[in-house]
Design a protein around this ligand. Structure first.
Ligand code: 13P
Ligand code: SF4
Length: 359
């Protein structure tokens, strides 16, 4: 067959339907701070007034108002991670939580559309658990240094090198990596999941510091990878000790993605949800959260009488998600998260095994 024959006879390739094709696009609403918008968002402002000055609320309120109206019109649920900014966390999220809570909640939402306010691996996790639903992420470039640290090919090489050793992978990884995994974990269940295997050696990847922190809490031999969270790796034990020296009553609570030397000087360590619960239950007069900046801002309004000391570090990936981009997601049905079904089938097993574990 000649080249000419091929091009004349070939049918034009069918373009896959996009979410915009399936659901249609909507017209951009007026974004004006009218008396009606002020009235209907007043209760939401009360949740963020410690963080957003009153003079700035007229900029936020029209977005909050439009997003809350359009998500109902579209039949969409907004899932937000604890590191999202207060106006997202308190004013538009239907569900907010740590990585494990979001994965669990993703299996329970009734809506056909999920808008993931978090980073890309979180949106992929929601999609894996809801292949029949439309999952959108307002900025597809919202990545993660841990997720970027390892590929599926890396995991295949590790398995060749350590045959038979169970692979426990942090959820902060791509679907391609999860597909090579026995079971996923988050910072709140990593120890329990590693302990659930009979093997006395476990590959706990790709977060080196999380794995080192797990190793301190189990007798198993923990092998790992050199991935780090670019936010938590910046904290040092020296800076925290300086705070303790200045005020010995301060309570320091840290995320297990920090180096073990940092965790060693913390009064408590746990996932973002664990940290929030600690502060809510114990109400320490002064507390320092060794984690992403928005955490303290998000819980400040819910714990009267607790003073937050904030040497926080910002996650540039989480901060890509903004109200204007969330509004665009709802209007134009972007960016849709799609996963190759062959990868998804294997990756889902690893996530489901974690979600179904009782811890
Ligand atoms: P958790 O909310 O599960 O503690 O995860 C923290 C984190 O860094 C997510 O990217
Ligand atoms: Fe990734 Fe760290 Fe940002 Fe979480 S805080 S998304 S682990 S870079």
């Amino acid at each position: 067959m000649t080249r000419l024959e091929t091009s004349v006879n070939a049918r034009p390739a069918m373009r896959a339907q996009t979410a915009a094709d399936r659901f249609g696009v909507l017209e951009r609403p007026e974004l004006t701070y009218t008396p009606a918008v002020a009235r209907e968002t007043a209760h939401l402002y009360e949740r963020v007034r410690h963080h957003i000055p009153e003079i700035e609320w007229p900029v936020y309120a029209p977005y909050v108002h439009a997003i809350n109206r359009l998500k109902k019109e579209r039949g969409a649920a907004i899932l937000a991670h604890n590191y999202q900014t207060p106006e997202i966390f308190h004013c538009i999220a239907d569900i907010a939580g740590d990585s494990l809570q979001l994965a669990r909640e993703a299996t329970l939402v009734d809506e056909q559309i999920i808008i993931q306010c978090g980073v890309h691996f979180m949106a992929e996790t929601s999609k894996l658990l809801n292949m029949d639903k439309t999952v959108l992420i307002p900025d597809v470039k919202a990545g993660c240094s841990l997720s970027d640290s390892i590929t599926g090919a890396d995991v295949r090489l590790l398995k060749e090198r350590y045959p038979g050793v169970p692979v426990v992978t942090y959820v902060n990884t791509s679907a391609e990596v999860k597909a090579e995994t026995d079971v996923c974990c988050t910072s709140s269940n990593a120890v329990a999941i590693c302990e659930s295997f009979e093997s006395d050696t476990i590959l706990c990847i790709p977060d080196e510091y999380l794995a080192m922190n797990v190793a301190k809490q189990t007798k198993k031999k923990i092998l790992t990878w050199k991935g780090h969270c670019e936010v938590h790796e910046r904290f040092t034990a020296e800076e925290l000790l300086a705070y303790k020296e200045a005020d010995p009553t301060i309570e320091i609570i840290g995320h297990p993605e920090c180096h073990p030397d940092v965790i060693a000087v913390c009064d408590y360590s746990g996932s973002t949800a664990g940290m929030i619960n600690y502060v809510k239950d114990r109400r320490p007069p002064r507390v320092l959260l060794v984690t992403e900046c928005s955490m303290a801002s998000n819980i400040e309004s819910e714990v009267e009488g607790v003073e937050f000391v904030k040497p926080c570090n910002l996650c540039p990936h989480m901060k890509r998600i903004t109200l204007p981009k969330i509004l665009d997601s709802l209007l134009f049905m972007t960016e849709e998260v799609l996963i190759d079904p062959a990868i998804a089938d294997r990756a889902r097993l690893a996530v489901e095994r974690m979600v179904n574990m009782k811890n």
